[in-house]
Design a protein around this ligand. Structure first.
Ligand code: NI
Length: 253
């Protein structure tokens, strides 16, 4: 079944119909979902979700856009929350120079601290990096040695893709690969072995064609899997099976 490695059902956009939607996942072919932390406010909601739904797991972290709210007290709370065995990764963490909401030095500082926390707790990491290719790679080379994880919503070059795969990371592929103007990403998906790709939605964001612009949910991953199958000239089932295997390896399930 389909494994969604990156979703945000803690988001307010799911407030009204979260239960109905999550109860429909099995019928829609979705087997497992990892709900990824972005803000400090998301953590308590993720705790609730993973307690309630056996097929859901969580990640705890602070997104670079929200890093201004992180302090030592909350960092300690992160460490405690990650001791729950259903919390399978540290994330999402990284650098975002596109929205550029926080000082670069502050983003870097907490990115490194969270990488080190992942090392301390022996958990994989979920990396968010936008318009910050060089700084992300520098930090990863220096501080992510020995770590594994996923580069979420991969948006850089084929050369960088190969570099991260060499470091033992997976590439997260979502709705963007179905967009007509995503030529570079389509090329990367064609080239990179299926063994290094995982499926993700980033729900409620980045819905694939034909639902582009609408609220996204894990149910839309069928369109992403179909696109990958078409690009690689393999069957839909092979994409679903192999990416599920990869995701389980990634999150050690
Ligand atoms: Ni996300």
């Amino acid at each position: 079944m389909i494994f969604d490695t990156h979703a945000h059902y803690d988001d307010n956009q799911f407030e009204e119909d979260c239960e109905t939607l999550l109860n429909s996942m099995a019928d829609g072919g979705i087997g497992t979902i990892v709900d990824v932390g972005s803000s400090i406010a998301s953590w308590a909601k993720i705790e609730e979700l993973v307690k309630r739904y056996p097929f859901m797991y969580g990640a705890i972290g602070v997104h670079p856009d929200e890093i201004g709210e992180l302090d030592e007290v909350q960092f300690q709370r992160m460490r405690e929350l990650l001791k729950n065995e259903k919390m399978v990764a540290v994330g999402e963490i990284g650098l975002d120079y596109y929205w550029d909401k926080e000082e670069h030095d502050l983003q870097k500082k907490w990115f490194i601290r969270q990488l080190n926390l992942a090392k301390e707790l022996n958990k994989p990491v979920i990396i968010h990096s936008r318009d910050a290719a060089a700084d992300t790679l520098d930090i990863m080379k220096e501080h992510a040695r020995g770590l594994s994880g996923v580069i979420h919503c991969f948006s850089y070059s084929a050369e960088l893709a190969r570099e991260y795969i060499k470091m033992g990371f997976y590439l997260g592929i979502g709705g963007v690969v179905t967009f007509k103007n995503s030529k570079k990403l389509k090329e990367i998906v064609r080239e990179i072995p299926l063994e290094s790709l995982v499926l993700e939605t980033d729900s409620p964001y980045l819905a694939p064609v034909p639902n582009r612009g609408k609220r996204n949910s894990s149910l839309n991953l069928v369109y992403v899997a179909e696109e990958i199958a078409g690009l690689k000239g393999i069957s839909y089932d092979e994409v679903v099976e192999q990416t599920e295997k990869n995701a389980k390896k990634l999150y050690r399930l």
